[in-house]
Design a protein around this ligand. Structure first.
Ligand code: GLU
Length: 428
């Protein structure tokens, strides 16, 4: 079940089953919510710049909509699989439930590498995706958002296609749009800031002062960058960041033991989060192999990239100094490694709680779009902090009172909320 044969959907179902067993979940509810409610598998033919046509395979999966319209990102990735999307759609349901926003869970993906596509080709791919899904999208049905390798521009093309087909303005059909075009202030920062809002609540519980801590981060996309920025602003020191290098097609870790300057690093990264090697050397960074990020002597590890990064093997390289793991990515830890984290008593902020800031701000964006009135940045961030902090304390308190692992406590809260909605609607 580890590297190679790794299947995130099996991870998601294993996690779910363990907790369902623990809370003695009604068998019918269990059968219903351990798998997606509906799945769309489709093809998108795209006219390429060279005059040819390429056919892309794509998915949109609705895990559960008992608590509200389905919500979740659309990712572009060459290694995308339907089981990854299934797992991610399930995690979205728990994510929306744990922060208590009235939305369900969904996810979408296209098997493609946007690095190899021109802007025109990407636009046609986005529009093609919407044409296939238009009957099942909508502010009251399914509300997509950006995810790995998709951004505000992609969302705007998708919104425009949806509006062109349906003949009205429905900015609430999609979130993560550019500010001024139906986007919310704070959405760019939201996921990364949310990670640090939870971390800042967790550290005092462990008797630690954030300003005295060090961290190592995997990933310097939107989530990694803004988590790093806020952590640095609050006084933390980031020793290492690893990220993908598109040119060499492998990852590197950028390390500076005295602490990286995140603002300067952000200036030398491209739109997909790759850092320029020569410019990084000029900033005094050591350049190490991509997986070196996990082996640093730091207090906090923040996986902010993809799933399947903390495996049992990788766990053996984690320093004894590490006290906290913030799962900013979705599903970064395999079940084998999860067991070891639990046994070693490392404090875990589980993914669907830790990275829920993105969807929480997406929810705020949707609310603003639906009423066509937009809030100032401070108001958005205040509301975000309030939601993330409340969700963190609910999970931490349950874990503390019942001596539970943090992931299980988060699952118990989320599953119970979804189970209640399913029962109240009379579905089971
Ligand atoms: N793709 C992000 C996530 O995994 C955001 C989803 C959203 O904003 O709907 O949480």
């Amino acid at each position: 079940m580890e590297q190679g044969a790794y299947n995130p959907y099996m991870t998601a179902q294993t996690q779910f089953d363990q907790v369902a067993e623990q809370i003695n979940l009604d068998p019918a509810v269990r059968a219903l919510i351990r798998q997606p409610s509906r799945e769309f598998h489709f093809t998108i033919p795209v006219k390429m710049d060279d005059g040819g046509t390429r056919v892309f395979n794509a998915y949109r999966i609705h895990h559960n909509d008992a608590r509200g319209p389905v919500k979740g990102g659309i990712r572009f990735h060459p290694q995308e699989t339907v089981d990854t999307i299934r797992a991610l759609s399930m995690w979205m349901t728990w994510k929306c439930a744990v922060v208590d926003i009235p939305l369900g869970g969904g996810k979408g993906g296209v098997i493609c590498d946007p690095h190899d596509l021109s802007m025109g080709e990407q636009e046609r791919l986005c529009r093609g995706y919407v044409r296939q899904m238009v009957k099942n999208f909508g502010p009251a049905v399914d509300v997509p958002a950006p995810d790995v390798m998709t951004n505000g521009q992609h969302m705007l093309w998708m919104m425009d296609e949806y509006e062109a087909i349906t003949g009205g303005h429905y900015a609430g059909v999609i979130t993560g749009k550019p500010v001024g075009m139906g986007g919310s202030l704070g959405r760019r920062e939201a996921t990364g800031y949310g990670v640090i809002y939870t971390l800042a609540e967790a550290l005092p519980k462990l008797g630690m002062d954030l300003a005295q801590t060090t961290a190592s981060i995997q990933g310097f996309g939107n989530v990694g960058e803004y988590a790093a920025r806020l952590y640095e602003t609050l006084g933390g020191k980031i020793i290492a960041i690893s990220c993908w290098d598109q040119h060499d097609r492998k990852a590197y870790t950028f390390r500076k033991k005295e602490g990286l300057d995140i603002g300067r690093l952000a200036e030398i990264k491209d739109t997909f989060g790759s850092i320029d090697l020569d410019k990084a050397r000029a900033l005094g960074c050591e350049i190490l192999p991509g997986d070196a990020w996990i082996a640093q002597e730091v207090d906090i590890l923040m996986p902010c990239a993809l799933e399947n990064q903390i495996t049992s093997e990788a766990f053996t390289r984690i320093s004894g100094q590490v006290k906290v793991i913030c799962e900013a990515a979705n599903g970064p830890t395999t079940p084998g490694a999860d067991k070891l984290i639990r046994e070693k008593n490392i404090y875990l902020i589980p993914d669907f709680l830790c990275n829920a800031g993105g969807v929480t701000c997406s929810y705020f964006e949707q609310v603003q779009c639906n009423m066509n009135y937009f809030w100032p940045l401070d108001e958005v961030l205040d509301k975000l902090k309030f939601k993330m902090t409340a969700a963190f304390h609910a999970v931490h308190d349950l874990a503390w009172q019942k001596s539970l692992y943090m992931r299980d406590a988060a699952y118990i809260i989320a599953i119970n909320r979804v189970a209640e909605a399913v029962k109240m609607r009379g579905w089971v």
